[in-house]
Ligand binder design. Structure first.
Ligand SMILES: NC(=O)c1ccc[n+]([C@@H]2O[C@H](COP(=O)([O-])OP(=O)(O)OC[C@H]3O[C@@H](n4cnc5c(N)ncnc54)[C@H](OP(=O)(O)O)[C@@H]3O)[C@@H](O)[C@H]2O)c1
Length: 267
């Protein structure tokens, strides 16, 4: 395969035809694929990308009011399917659905992930398998499928890692291994895909409020805040800001990097 002539990293080269968005947003033909767009960080990304004129494809295991409302409000630009990262057939069906409906991919955010806290010595092999599949193997497979579409015009891949990948915390060793794997994957892949005008980066969030962190006890939350130079947890909007920066023209020369957004807790 050869790199597309004149492709600018992270841009949509040539093929975007404004179609006009019935919902009033300035549609421009770019297609974003966001895993886990039903809630938390994924939901905010879907909302902001739709507001910026993107066509957005996302999946989660279950639908909710947000996915139903988005289908109603953006009938031509929003695509949701039920798919499970632990079921390769459902992931393949999702990508086929995106390709059939939109015919391209310009941005992939590997956002979906699961956190399970348990001491390693008592973690069952099946649990280890699920954690690695959900947080690492399935994002790699999704990346391969989307990157093949991106070789046509260039694109952008952002993998959502975690500060668990760069600092040790008790009870999250398997999750941490998967996230560290995502960071390494991003760096090496950036070397392979740069020639196609595809940038690959990872973002490394600290703790932010979402369903995933809803179970953090008040005591632990206080400890986290105390250890964070900025004195608080992050917001989902702040993490989304960093992802949108990496996908923007302002980051055209940034690839193969891990961007830490954690209020300084790892500094
Ligand atoms: N929250 C934090 O403090 C924090 C910190 C560092 C990094 N992160 C990372 O940031 C990302 C987003 O986290 P979040 O807090 O926004 O998570 P969240 O609120 O729990 O949302 C996770 C999303 O992923 C989907 N999902 C989970 N498992 C799935 C599966 N097996 N197949 C398909 N979809 C699945 C969920 O939908 P369904 O459940 O319906 O499938 C949901 O849409 C994750 O990668 C996480 O590891 C989070």
């Amino acid at each position: 395969m050869t790199a597309p002539a004149g492709a600018v990293p992270g841009t949509v080269a040539g093929s975007a035809t404004p179609e006009g968005a019935p919902d009033g947003a300035p549609e421009d033909g770019r297609v974003a694929v966001v895993s886990g767009g039903s809630r938390g960080l994924g939901r905010v990304l879907v909302e902001r990308l739709l507001a910026d004129g993107w066509r957005v494809a996302t999946f989660s295991r279950t639908a909710n009011d947000f996915t139903a409302d988005s289908e109603r409000l953006h009938p031509t630009r929003f695509h949701w399917e039920a798919a499970d990262l632990t079921e390769p057939a459902s992931m393949r069906a999702f990508v086929r659905g995106v390709n059939r409906r939109f015919g391209r991919a310009d941005l992939l955010v590997n956002n979906a992930g699961v956190l399970h806290q348990e001491l390693f010595l008592t973690t069952a092999p099946k649990r280890i398998d699920t954690l690695l599949t959900t947080n690492l193997l399935a994002p790699m497979m999704l990346t391969q499928a989307c990157a093949r579409l991106m070789t046509r015009q260039g694109g952008n891949i952002v993998n959502v890692s975690s500060i668990n990948a760069i600092r040790g915390y008790r009870g999250v060793s398997v999750y941490a291994a998967a996230k560290a794997g995502l960071d390494g994957f991003s760096r090496s892949l950036a070397r392979e895909l740069g020639a196609f005008g595809i940038r690959v980066n990872s973002i490394v969030p600290g703790f932010f409020d979402s369903e995933m962190t809803a179970e953090v006890t008040a005591g632990n939350r206080e400890k986290i805040q105390h250890r964070t130079p900025l004195g608080r947890l992050g917001t989902v909007e702040e993490i989304a800001d960093a992802i949108l920066f990496l996908t923007s023209p302002r980051a055209h020369f940034v690839t193969g990097q891990s961007l830490v957004i954690d209020g300084g807790i790892t500094c």
